[in-house]
Design a protein around this ligand. Structure first.
Ligand code: FAD
Length: 404
């Protein structure tokens, strides 16, 4: 079964030596565990601050969620600014939006040096599935400003107006689309240029801290470090207590004739469905998780038939019954959700030398690079840069990952 179009493309090797595999014994300043967008973002950031960094990945860089996603670069997560401001206060909503804006800055900077990232600054259009969501999008546009535009149902672009399912929409012109695996590899390149090391195919089995540092036992040796960052998505709970649960997301890629005119990143029903053009011949469609029910609460990254059938129906609905479609790939990836929908960044609960950057709640491309900037500053000793709303310890006892 496909792992998605970005991974199959295998176009990301460059002139740098390939990462070593089976890492063996090693010592370093900071060991970063996990080679997705979270791990690469924090490892690159720390290495550029002059740290001696070793990144350890159990399979291949980007072969977790980071190489399997839709490549949407959205500043806001599934919960809109207005929703967060009402539920958690304006400070939290502002902190979350700042992650998105920080990420945009990092990614635009990288894309200027690494064309392969394929950043298309096309903006996004969020479509509201009911009147309550439409009201939140309208309030978000008013609160955030900066070019955001609320579109009432009658002003939506023709396909979504005719569709009749949507109650309004929100355009954010600063959002975009990219190739997520290329972003991971651009980060890896800059990490290595800054002196960082990378090993693949080296699962970390245990992490322990003592007064002098951290010991990571891998399947091929022992890594001794001054401190560790767990950037291991939903698998973090295998290494340390964390309020995370695995959630599977599924997608398909298809050719469509005639190709639909979707100029933006399309995100509907609070992020439950999303679709985009990938290139001149292919579209990507994802979501429909609710159809799968509890079966989607898994860390098995294989597509399931109920959600895939629902994605077929969604594709047909989006492009119209008269368009000819052919599904070219189906795949799944694993996300890590927290009880409050906000990420975990900072010291791990009850730890002095172990940090976390995980629980991106389906928003890692849009949040992790910006969050890594803050975490690296906090790890360098700057106080007050990481808002408390992201602290991994905010859920108290998380030994079973379920407390809220
Ligand atoms: C289908 C799908 C579509 C999505 N679409 C979008 C989107 O359009 N935009 C967006 O912003 N987000 C999207 N997301 C979410 C986004 O992909 C994730 O939030 C993000 O990739 C998480 O990055 P990560 O680095 O934390 O996790 P991962 O990319 O999963 O990386 C974690 C890494 O840790 C490694 N690892 C785990 N345990 C160990 C261990 N013990 N030792 C060593 N290594 C270990 C894993 O092998 C993995 O490579 C989507 C997700 C999915 C699945």
């Amino acid at each position: 079964m496909s792992a998605g179009p970005w991974i199959d493309a295998d176009a990301h090797r460059d002139d740098l030596p390939a990462p070593a595999s089976q890492g063996g014994d090693a010592t370093c300043g900071t060991v970063v565990i996990g080679g997705g967008i979270s791990g690469l973002s924090i490892a690159r950031q720390l290495a550029q601050q002059g740290e001696d960094v070793l990144l350890v990945e159990s399979t291949r860089l980007g072969h977790g969620a980071s190489g399997r996603n839709a490549g949407f670069l959205l500043a806001d997560g599934a919960r809109s600014f207005a929703h967060l401001a009402r539920a958690r206060g304006t400070d939290v909503a502002t902190s979350v939006r700042a992650l998105g804006l920080g990420t945009r800055a990092v990614v635009h900077d990288l894309a200027g040096r690494h064309e392969r990232i394929g950043l298309v600054p096309c903006g996004s259009l969020r479509l509201a599935g009911d009147a309550r969501e439409a009201a939140e999008l309208e309030q978000t546009a008013a609160a955030v400003g900066t070019g955001m535009r609320y579109l009432p149902a009658a002003a939506l672009p023709a396909p979504w107006r005719r569709n009749g399912r949507f109650h309004g929409g929100l355009e954010d012109p600063g959002d975009g689309l990219l190739d997520p695996l290329a972003l991971v590899h651009a980060m890896r390149r800059e990490l290595v240029v800054a002196g960082g090391r990378v090993v693949e195919e080296t699962p970390v089995l245990e992490v322990h801290e003592d007064d002098d540092g951290v010991t990571c036992r891998t399947d091929s040796g022992v890594v001794r470090a001054t401190r560790a960052v767990l950037a291991t998505n939903a698998w973090t709970r295998r290494l340390a207590p964390a309020a995370l649960r695995p959630v599977r997301a599924q997608m398909l890629e298809a050719t469509v004739d005639p190709m639909p005119d979707w100029p933006q990143a399309m995100y509907a029903n609070g992020g439950a469905d999303y679709w985009r053009r990938r290139d001149a011949a292919h579209v990507l469609v994802g979501g429909q998780r609710a159809v799968g029910g509890e079966a989607e609460e898994t860390d098995a990254a294989t597509p399931g038939s109920a959600v895939q059938s629902a994605l077929d129906a969604l594709l047909a609905h989006l492009v119209g019954e008269t368009a000819r479609t052919r599904v070219t790939r189906r795949w799944a990836g694993i996300m890590a959700f927290t009880p409050d929908g906000l990420p975990l960044a900072g010291r791990a609960p009850d730890a002095a030398r172990i940090y976390m950057l995980a629980g991106l709640n389906g928003q890692g491309m849009g949040w992790a690079p910006g969050l890594a900037v803050l975490l690296a500053e906090a790890m360098a000793g700057r106080s007050g840069v990481l808002p408390d709303c992201f602290a991994p310890s905010r859920f108290g006892d998380t030994s079973n990952g379920d407390s809220a």
